[in-house]
Design a protein around this ligand. Sequence first.
Ligand SMILES: Nc1ncnc2c1ncn2[C@@H]1O[C@H](COP(=O)(O)OP(=O)(O)OP(=O)(O)O)[C@@H](O)[C@H]1O
Ligand SMILES: [Mg+2]
Length: 269
Amino acid sequence: MDIIIVDNLKRIFKSKNNEFVALKGINFSVKEGEIFGLLGPNGAGKTTTIKILTTMLAPSEGNAKILGFDTFKDSKKVREYINFVFGGERSLYWRLSARDNLAYFADLYKIPRKKQSELIESLIQRVGLSEFIDKRVENFSKGMKQRLQIARSLLNNPKIIFLDEPSIGLDPVGAMELRELIKQLAKDGVTILLTTHYMPEAEELCDRIAIIKKGEIVALDNVVGLQNLVSYERKEEIKAKKAREQEERNKKNLEITLEDIYIELLGEK
Ligand SMILES: Nc1ncnc2c1ncn2[C@@H]1O[C@H](COP(=O)(O)OP(=O)(O)OP(=O)(O)O)[C@@H](O)[C@H]1O
Ligand SMILES: [Mg+2]
């Protein structure tokens, strides 16, 4: 089932004497349970798309539907089913503990106080922060803050979570833990729309990927399908280059990557 349907979505930003078309009428849909990636250069329109899908921005033309509800006309209904995390966002209260942060947001979601403590504890456990539940967020690493944001985003038991560059600024271990968490959420049946500039992350996580450039979708497929957009000749050239790089690595006795080593040395698990 298509849980997100984006139909000819266009967004124009107008200022006094100019107009900028950030989205030129894009189309795509996301299936329930998918991890869907939205990739593309800075300024391509990824955040604009997410802002429209999360009801924060109105489309100029076209529409987006979530579970059949229009993100603009039925925004209240849409908000019941979704949540989002923006990378580098500071929506947590640094002077409060993890528990108190979630309690604050639980109040905003009008979750009855009686139900809150059990829910908060289970969400904090789900993102691996039980040990730190009563510690102040200001002492959390960026990775821990990002996992707490995800716990915050699960408060309303959303069917879809939008993650806009969730791994930005995270160290390799923090980023790996975040990827594991995202995979677990998908296993639990949450549909995820993700943007990232880190290709290995998209390759590892995404079932399908849309590539967006200057407000237009230029490709949409799974990683294997996208690979087929590259010509046989170019693929052979790229493979040859990779083989040469591997040879260089072998000469230096580099059996595993620096990222592998980093995670081994610094990861806690
Ligand atoms: N409120 C706004 N007013 C005017 N222009 C805007 C506004 N919001 C976004 N834009 C422009 O629309 C374009 C798309 O921006 P958007 O933030 O969607 O890009 P992005 O793909 O998320 O890029 P990045 O990878 O850097 O996050 C950019 O050129 C941006 O300057
Ligand atoms: Mg962006």
